[in-house]
Every structure is written in structure tokens, then in C-alpha cells.
Design a protein. Structure first.
Lengths: 233, 213
């Protein structure tokens, strides 16, 4: 038990100090996760809305791929991006491996199918009368998109929240393509792995608390928007 | 608008049992009523022509009022102008006022009754300048007392264009249908001038559908 108390005391001290290393890790975590969420949801939500409305040959195959993508193992995504960005790889000339850009790229890949899949489910679940009325209006995609995202607002925000939750909690892919380089590509999850490996449990607990708080703040904001949408309806 | 429309071989995509390749004609200034039991194919005709069934496109430039009125999130006013240009939106506001729902435009869309929702959707559909109107049971959610006024408004909006509408109510057919088509099982049982079809049903089945037996 003493060891646990020591770890907790160390964690409190680490948080109270709030040193430049911790601040840097938090900022990079937010930049990478937020950027990946914006890219993934920015593409995924419109695609999800379109896929919910479109009827064409091969649609079922695409929906299956999206569903598989929602459960894509992060290490596989990491390996894929690593091979792309490796020195002799197709995009090696860009020299992006072990940079935040590579981390954003791989996390966007992970966020994308979640944003598509959850949006698709939310829009598909709208009342048949809503879908029929929308088709009756014969609007261009931009008009349909505006109405449907507003109509399925709670579901679309859930898609964004799920995408953010996936990327901020992810460790395998960013470790592979980012390398967990101190001061450059170390984010909260990879830092927790690092501290745990070195038996610095106090620091690991402190980083875990920060991760939870960040997740709570972002998801709290999205939940507020969801409930505000219900109140406005 | 053209002198009229002839929609031939109407079928439901990938399911010919819903509509048996029927032909529907609607002339300019003509009011054509589809009459039949539930599931007889009236709404399917509307949806196929309007192109709202899966993998279909509109067969003509139409303004279509679906069977179940629906307003999207937002205000009643924001729904009223959907899909309309500025001139049509202004006309929709005038029609909403005529239909006694003009005072509801700033209300949240979820706060009004089904009958009021129908009047808003109807005002929006009638305000469109599309040459063919498709109205699926336009009077169903409206109280009996309010129907004559709505019928007059619909009549006033159909000049120089065609009207195809579905109904279960023989009184409204008498009130403003030029042509009556009896539909059941996705097939046309009888069609002709409304007064003639009502006066001389082709057989027992038609008479029964019309409620004349």
C-alpha cells in the first residue's frame, strides 16, 4: 500500500509542478487529436450523410468497409502509414515520419470511419416521413446536408465525440509513426506508456488524470451542444 | 407547362407487384384524383412520378406533398421557404396566411399540430411554380370544418397547371376532381370523368371502393 500512496503523492506533485514538459505534452496531444478529429469528421460527416441517402450498386460493400474501418486495429493503421512514409516508401521523400504531421495523418485515418459510420447510422435512423419530405423537396446536396446534419444533430455530434474519443485515447499508431520523441512527438498516451515502463507510476497516474480531464472537457462541450440542440428543436 | 403529361408503364423499381405498369395522364388545368383503399397504389404512383423511391428520378418538374406532413428542426417559417426561390417564398407566406397559419412562422416547428403542419407543407407545395402538383391526401389531417376553405385555395393555385392528388374522401372528389381514377392492387380498375365514374361504377368492386354499395 505504501507504494500506492507514494505514487499518488508523486502524481500530485507532478501535476502541481505543471512543468514545461507536461505543458508541451498536453499542447501536442490537443493539437494532434483536435486536428485529426477535424479532418476525420470534416470528411466523414458529409460522406456519412451522403451514404445514408445514396442508393447505388456497391453501396453495401462500402458500408461494410466503413464498419470494418471502425474497428481497424490502430497498430495496423500505424504500420500502413509508417510504410508509406518510410525513407524508401512512396511518400518517403516528404520526410514526415516521426513528426506530428504523421501522427495527425494516422489518427485521421482512425477517426474517418468512425465519423462516417456513426453519422450514417444517425441519418439512416431519421423518421421515414423526414426522408420522404426531404426527397420531395429535391434539394441539392448542400441543402440536404444542412437539413440532415441539423435534423440528426445529436447523432452527428456523437460521431464527432466518438472520433475524438478514439484518437485521444489511441497509443499504438502514434507510437509507431511518431516514435514518442520527447519534446517532439510525445503525447499523453505514449508518455503514460513511457513512464509506466520506467516504473515512474506517479507521473503515469498524473498523465492519466490529465488525459481524463481533457476528454471530459471536450466531451462535456459536445454533450452540451447535443442537449442544446434538443432544447432548440 | 406542356399541354399535359402521360406517365406510361409506371412501376415500382424492382417490384412490379406494387404498380402493374399503369399509365396516368394529367392535362393542363385538369384535376385528376386517385381513389382507392389503403395499399392500393395511390402513394406509390405519387412517389414514382416524384422520384422519391430508391434509385429513381422525378419523371417531371413537380411540386410534391407527401402523405405524412413533416417539418424539420427550426422555425415554421424556415421550413416554409425550403426549396423555394424568393418569389415563391413570398407566395408561400401569403398562402400560409390564407390558410390561417401565417401567425405561426416564428414558432418552433415541433410546437404546432399535425393539421397546422399539413397547412404549412401544403402552402409550400402550392407556392412552387412547378407545372405539375402532386398532393397525397392533402386534406386528410385537416378538420372537416376547415376543408372547404383549403379546397378553394388549392383550386386557386392550379390554374394553368396539372393536379394529381390522392384521397379517400368522395365528397372532396365531387368538390374538385375532373377525372377520377380508381386504383386497387396497383392496377387501374376504372377511370373517367369523376361524375361519370361515381354515377356508373364499372363493377361491384369499384362501387364497393367508392362506398356506394
Amino acid at each position: 500500500m505504501t507504494f500506492l500512496w507514494d505514487a499518488l503523492r508523486e502524481a500530485v506533485g507532478y501535476l502541481a509542478e505543471f512543468g514545461p514538459e507536461l505543458r508541451g505534452i498536453i499542447v501536442l496531444t490537443l493539437v494532434v487529436s483536435t486536428s485529426a478529429t477535424i479532418i476525420g469528421a470534416g470528411i466523414g460527416v458529409p460522406v456519412g450523410v451522403w451514404l445514408a441517402q445514396a442508393r447505388f450498386r456497391g453501396r453495401r460493400a462500402i458500408v461494410t468497409i466503413v464498419n470494418v474501418g471502425m474497428g481497424l486495429p490502430p497498430v495496423l493503421a500505424g504500420l500502413f502509414v509508417l510504410l508509406l512514409l518510410w525513407g524508401e516508401g512512396p511518400l518517403g521523400v516528404l520526410e514526415l515520419l516521426f513528426t506530428p504531421v504523421a501522427m495527425i495523418a494516422v489518427q485521421s485515418m482512425l477517426a474517418l470511419p468512425i465519423a462516417i459510420g456513426v453519422t450514417l447510422g444517425a441519418v439512416s435512423a431519421l423518421a421515414p416521413a423526414a426522408a420522404e419530405q426531404l426527397r420531395a423537396l429535391n434539394l441539392p446536396f448542400s441543402g440536404r446536408f444542412r437539413i440532415l446534419t441539423r435534423e440528426a444533430r445529436a447523432g452527428v455530434l456523437a460521431a464527432v465525440a466518438a472520433a475524438f474519443g478514439r484518437v485521444i485515447a489511441e497509443v499504438g499508431a502514434v507510437l509507431i509513426v511518431g516514435g514518442n520523441i520527447a519534446g517532439e512527438t510525445r503525447v499523453l498516451t505514449t508518455a503514460i506508456v513511457q513512464e509506466t515502463r520506467q516504473a515512474r507510476f506517479g507521473a503515469a497516474i498524473a498523465l492519466g488524470v490529465v488525459l481524463l480531464v481533457l476528454s471530459l472537457i471536450v466531451n462535456g462541450g459536445l454533450t452540451w451542444l447535443q442537449t442544446k440542440g434538443e432544447a432548440d428543436a | 407547362m406542356p399541354d399535359g403529361y402521360a406517365f406510361t408503364d409506371l412501376t415500382f423499381p424492382q417490384d412490379r407487384s406494387v404498380l402493374e405498369g399503369i399509365t396516368i395522364r394529367v392535362g393542363r388545368n385538369e384535376s385528376v384524383a386517385l381513389f382507392g383503399p389503403n395499399g392500393g397504389g395511390k402513394s406509390s404512383v405519387m412517389r414514382v412520378i416524384a422520384g422519391t423511391v430508391p434509385r429513381a428520378r422525378p419523371l417531371a418538374d413537380v411540386a410534391y406533398l407527401p402523405q405524412t406532413p413533416y417539418l424539420f428542426r427550426g422555425t415554421v417559417g424556415s421550413n416554409l421557404g425550403l426549396g423555394l426561390d424568393a418569389r415563391e417564398s413570398e407566395r408561400a407566406r401569403e398562402l400560409a396566411t390564407e390558410m390561417d397559419v401565417g401567425a405561426l412562422l416564428n414558432e418552433p416547428s415541433g410546437a404546432i399540430s399535425v393539421g397546422e403542419t399539413q397547412r404549412i407543407c401544403l402552402a409550400r407545395t402550392l407556392a412552387s411554380t412547378a407545372p405539375l402538383l402532386l398532393l397525397d391526401e392533402p386534406l386528410a389531417p385537416i378538420s372537416a370544418a376547415g376543408r372547404p376553405k383549403i379546397v378553394d385555395i388549392i383550386k386557386g393555385c392550379t390554374a394553368d397547371r396539372g393536379l394529381l392528388w390522392a384521397t379517400h374522401n368522395l365528397d372532396t372528389v365531387r368538390a374538385f376532381a375532373d377525372t377520377l381514377i380508381i386504383l386497387d392492387g396497383g392496377a387501374i380498375l376504372q377511370e373517367g370523368p369523376a361524375s361519370q365514374v361515381i354515377a356508373s361504377p364499372a363493377n361491384e368492386q369499384v362501387a364497393s371502393i367508392l362506398g356506394l354499395t
